[in-house]
Design a protein around this ligand. Sequence first.
Ligand SMILES: NC(=O)c1ccc[n+]([C@@H]2O[C@H](COP(=O)([O-])OP(=O)(O)OC[C@H]3O[C@@H](n4cnc5c(N)ncnc54)[C@H](OP(=O)(O)O)[C@@H]3O)[C@@H](O)[C@H]2O)c1
Length: 308
Amino acid sequence: MSILRTPRCLLPSRKLPADSKAMTSLPGGTWTLGDLDVTRFGYGAMQLAGPWVMGPPADHDGALAVLRDVVESGITHIDTSDAYGPYVTNQLIREALYPYQQNLRIVTKVGANRDAQGGWPTARDPESLRRQVRENLDRLGLDVLDLVNLRLGNAEGPRAEPVAEAFGTLVELQRQGLIRHLGVSNATAEQVAEARAIAPIVCVQNMYNLAHRSDDTLIDELAADDIAYVPFFPLGGFSPLQSSALDAVAARLESTPMSVALAWLLRRSPNILLIPGTKSSAHLHANIAGAGLALAPDDLAELDKIRG
Ligand SMILES: NC(=O)c1ccc[n+]([C@@H]2O[C@H](COP(=O)([O-])OP(=O)(O)OC[C@H]3O[C@@H](n4cnc5c(N)ncnc54)[C@H](OP(=O)(O)O)[C@@H]3O)[C@@H](O)[C@H]2O)c1
């Protein structure tokens, strides 16, 4: 669906009353994940680990400073996983931010381990999932995880396969009080439907950006049901977005491609939550400012040509 035909994105979220305590000056305002308010501008912690998301950061104190900057900027949504490092980003989050401020929502994911070569072997049998949830709780220093995404597929992308056993295991942990809300990640539309038939989800976290839009229909369907869509690799991930149309719009607006890409996502649909990753406080602040960029109809029309 063309973004120019999506007037819903111009409306404020239906889920937030005007006097919501979760008001923010961050671009995009706020969204409610189940019963948890978050800023639509969030932060993805994956890039804080070492190269290729393995090992410790080159600059440990710098990583802690970025996390503290995230919270001081008013961001209340941090995305992480024990698979990052492995364990590194969760340890950094705890070191930098514990005890957590009350409105901070740390979203984690389970379903993959790491191997010595930096691979992401799947780990979705019930015992592995129970262990990963327990380990996330311990490492983050929490009694309950706000939101756990079941990561499906593999590093190459989503894969058609049943989700019932793995998702059912997380539902069981939710019933035991260890998880507040559930989501799925790296999922096909069929897997999203299968999970939703088992238990409510509050978000889908999939790869999506200006140049990779295969989830357009899914985003609109989720928006209609007040379910968040959280694009990973919003800036292209390990391969920064490259497009002459994006560069042209950025130049015309005297801005940067990163800013335009984030502003476009916020405008694309009200259920989109941003989790751009960076290990640099300067980039964090540039991204916050950039996501508030105003895009005119001409800009949107030009950006719409990029769709991949
Ligand atoms: N569910 C999943 O399977 C899955 C998969 C991948 C990622 N994720 C989540 O999604 C989050 C976002 O993905 P991501 O961090 O990999 O990709 P991303 O946000 O698309 O891009 C991050 C890259 O962009 C660079 N960058 C950020 N802001 C910049 C700026 N203003 N100027 C220049 N470069 C900039 C970063 O480098 P610097 O560090 O130098 O700023 C980093 O290399 C992750 O943190 C993770 O939480 C989930």
